[in-house]
Write a protein that binds this ligand. Sequence first.
Ligand code: SF4
Ligand code: SF4
Length: 417
Amino acid sequence: MLTRFLEITRDRINRPLQYYQDICVRCGACMDACHFYAASRNPAHIPAQRMMLVRKALQGERSWLNWYRDADRADGRQVSEIQQAMWECTGCRRCATFCPFDLDTALLVSVGRYALMNEGTGLEAETGHGMILEIGNAEISKGEIIEDLKEFYIEQVKLLEKRVQDEFAPDLQIPVDKKGAEILYVPLVGEHATVPAAKIFHAAGADWTMSLFTATNHSFFVGDMARAKQAARLILDEALRLGVKAIVYPECGHATRTLLSFFENWFGEEIAGIERMNLEPLVASYLEQGKINVRAGAVDTPITYHDPCNLGRNGGFFEEPRSLIRAVASEFRELEPNRALNWCCGGGGGLIAVPEMKETRMQAGNEKAEQIRRTGAKWVVTACENCKTQLGDLNEHYGLGVEIKGVTDLVADALIL
Ligand code: SF4
Ligand code: SF4
């Protein structure tokens, strides 16, 4: 049982991961950092325990020393414990922030998910987990049919452009596939990720073009880095073909993490001349340089900001979104704790795409719901699509009575042309 899982895990356990497993002193400092554990008090949710489960499974395979090592053979109970440990984790890395040795459970979870996928366990096509895999595959195969889709896509963007011209500025353009543009903006599925960006780029006088692809990378959620790279390759090839100077990713945490933390390793010299950035810091720089102007105090509703784990704790973008919010909102209230210590919303790591995990997500979001309630804010603003969906579900589940918005929605609605 779990033969492939163990083979793959052993193969992908590199030196840092081996070190994590060896060095953990079981001090428990990570325990209360995990929102799953905080909400459930289930020992299976202790971050260190996730690592220990994998370690025990690996050791259980090995030798006559098992009696000494407290090792288990991978039986049915162990399989289900490992599945739970790998999937009931959002990869938020809050535990690593609290660990005195920075041990990164999320890294092991990524390996574990990939190994489970290869074992064929829990990622069957008919399950929500399997859907993540399917979406990841579709993101890659889009590259093969893009020429057939292109005309229809451009027609749809033209219709959207007309609507935004009518409501915002008659000379606004949403260019697609424009050679020589400075910025390649890679959106998400749905116009909500395009319209605010288009308004801001127009106001800033930016030379930009829309990507034919989307920024999301579902293979990343299952730790399949080879396929995650294939999906990212489509964006790089497009950037090179159009000759852009920068790739800009939208309000999407995991996608931005692939862009900022993995593109360089994946593509080396090929990506060297192309800047990579997230929309939030770019818009913050527009504001700082006076390229855009907004109405101060345009929002007088009490407002709070949720730091998405992948943009904040894992990306270091804490102040840029706050500077944008403060520029338009008169009553900004911080969540406590915030920035690197902010609680994960409970919807990351691909969990939002798994209908079977909704109850778990709602339970894991308990700390977040309480944080929001304590502020008394009426609007919750964030900069990640996953977080927005999860916060919307938490709002309903916990009766928070708030509205959920994106940072760029706020800026776009307050623009002065
Ligand atoms: S805080 Fe770090 S060292 Fe302590 S139990 Fe957790 S993972 Fe191990
Ligand atoms: S990465 Fe986040 S969800 Fe996963 S074990 Fe650590 S704190 Fe918990």
